[in-house]
Design a protein around this ligand. Sequence first.
Ligand code: TRP
Ligand code: ZN
Length: 889
Amino acid sequence: MRTEQAKTIYLKDYQAPDYLIDETTLTFELHEDHTLVHAQLVMRRNPEKGAGLPGAGLPPLVLDGQELELLAVSLDDRELAPGDYQLDDSHLTLQPTAAQFTVDSTVRIHPESNTALEGLYKSGSMFCTQCEAEGFRKITYYLDRPDVMSKFTTTVSAEQHHYPVLLSNGNPVASGSEEGGRHWATWEDPFKKPAYLFALVAGDLWCVEDSFTTMSGRNVALRIYVEPENIDKCQHAMDSLKKSMRWDEEAYGREYDLDIFMIVAVNDFNMGAMENKGLNIFNSSAVLARAETATDAAHQRVEAIVAHEYFHNWSGNRVTCRDWFQLSLKEGFTVFRDAGFSSDMNSATVKRIEDVAFLRTHQFAEDSGPMAHSVRPDSFIEISNFYTLTVYEKGSEVVGMIRTLLGAEGFRKGSDLYFERHDGQAVTCDDFVKAMEDANGVDLTQFKRWYSQSGTPRLEVSEAYDAAAQRYTLTFRQSCPPTPGQPTKEPFVIPVALGLLDAQGNDLPLRLDGEAAGASSRVLSVTEAEQSFSFVGVAAKPLPSLLRGFSAPVKLSFPYDRDQLMFLMQHDSDGFNRWEAGQQLSVQVLQELIGQHQRGEALVLDPRLLHALRSLIEDESLDQAMVAEMLSLPGAAYLSELSEVADIDAIHAAREFARAQIGEALFAPLWRRYQANREVSRHSPYVAEESHFARRALQNIALSYLMLGNDPEVLAACVDQFDNSDNMTERLTALAVLVNSPFEAERGRALQMFAEHFKDNPLVMDQWFSVQAASYLPGGLERVKELMKHPAFTLKNPNKVRALIGAFAGQNLVNFHAVDGSGYRFLADQIIALNALNPQIAARQLSPLTRWRKYDAARQALMKAELERILVSGELSSDVYEVVSKSLA
Ligand code: TRP
Ligand code: ZN
């Protein structure tokens, strides 16, 4: 799209479609230098829009279509001449003459040169599709909007030798050979669906097959298709799929509906995966996993994404979105569902810690930046830019708050009603909330501000204790900073889960003034700008544990001192809040160091942090995964988010100083635990399960601290872990630690051996690129530029772009923010190149530059200048144009 065509679409302008498409029959003729697509659309006037007068009273039919070469079009079998229709860049307009009619069209498209990876494209030697959100219009002329749902029948024909496997949605119904070495297959999807859920795959693929018996006793064939060399990396995804199918039956009462469920892994993919009906298409990084090539984190990511896409079959496909402003209806809910699944499969507390750390670092930054938008945005230029942390992660938090307010049972009643009431429909976030209200007899009107107001609310909490009256009062003050287009906000409904600890660290029974005595942990609903809650019968001043489990996506502040935080770290009955207390303690200590660095003073670490961490490491009764989480200092990106002006150099210096001090002061217990765990790892085969993840997590974080001391014995252990482990979790940590160490010889040797060993595995090479791109040693940009010349790198593959360019700009903060602006210039150059190849990826890589207001004046000027340079660099995609222009506004 040309810059000048960029047009804003508003939610308030939503109109139901004038016409519906009852049946869609597609035929694809795939060739090496073009593809022919024939579409037959059985259409009728939308009855909601009135019958319409016959003849001239019918509105024109405006079909979406982009980058299509129209070869023929007919209306009810009458071939149309050019004067009978209008054609522009993005529409084909016809005039129907009856309320029911059939449109036939034939177009030529070019998947072989489609680098945007949207519509029909080639990934390596295979054909595949990506239609969400508005990619179907690059395949054929259509009403490409989610509220138009149709029954699809698809025939694919291709050369048989190179494309033995031909897939589409639903069930295979016929197949055959043609002369000239070609063959064909027809698929029929019995469920009506919007075009964004259409999929087609053709390639030389192998498949792993299994089956699942649903709760009502139906047998479902499960197939995971991959390129032959990856056939040994599918078992974990298959296990995850079966667990997901069972879990959705048990947790939500949702059963799978077709007789076959397929997953296809492709190497070139813009996102993680896509929930096409019966035919999920996945980024290979979200399917393939085995011990030797994928880390524990990668195994957990595969499990979560397989579950996420599977769960979409109900939350997304059976009940879909009316329009793209409602995206969080399916994405927020489905992220919430996959988080529930992951919590049940692994450690719930660790999962919550990871999710909250991610949300606070990245979504909070989005919410305070120029692209801030509400969970249900009111406008967009390019919908692809709204597959965001706000729509996904904050959207999931919003669903989670509904569950917290209604309780588990009430929430399940609400979700049952939602699925039952809206099965087969395209609906809105309001419909979702209405089902929750109706099933529970509650009013969530005020709560719905979470869908319409952007920005992260602040919640300031203060306390007062009246000893004589034995009364303890908490006062909550909420506010929300202005965000683009929203200068002022109304109060939110903020569920605050909390407990009160006595001097021994036990939870007190909670009794609100005017209520009977209750449980020891409860949820207060803060609904006003300022609101107080008094607890009675409180014999001594307690210590509050607030926002347990992070019960709302807010920035809570309470004036804890460091001793109180250490007390909570030890005693809070809520595991999440024990971690949170540790984080707050670390933040306070690090902020003190940042201040010292800025004033040019000597850095002095508060020894209380060391004491607190020492007791965690020495306590072998604690969950090792929790100890590992608590040993991880808040990241530089999170510390930046917390700063008024992010001083990257000071943040880096403070963190590295603290890490070195911890490594030195706690050397003995870290070394003891490292060796004990490494010994177990050495003698037990790799298992992708919670207790094994935990052992390796503690082992690996211990190694990263120990290596800061430049001790030869530790170096030998690290090299041994690199050389002699059977799994990528241990090997990659050893590599990462070496890459950031001063041991040049060992670093070079490890990098070279790794690349030699894994040169034919692109996903492992991504890790190799990332580890180097993220290294904070000086000279980062030169290393990245050098790596871009590596034969395994290409700008055309999104995983490679993310692994190298994304890791550099997003994780290597010291190097990216070099004062000479070289990091910014480099990123802008890549974005200009990507804009022409793959607009979605180009726009996503922009986000570090959009945060320019966070930095000092000199860096601000440099970052802005690069954004301005991109803006005038030539023909911009709507994707890049929207992000650049909004971040400069
Ligand atoms: N619906 C996909 C998901 O599960 C998101 C997605 C996959 C997507 N590929 C995309 C969105 C391409 C936009 C463009 O979350
Ligand atoms: Zn999704």
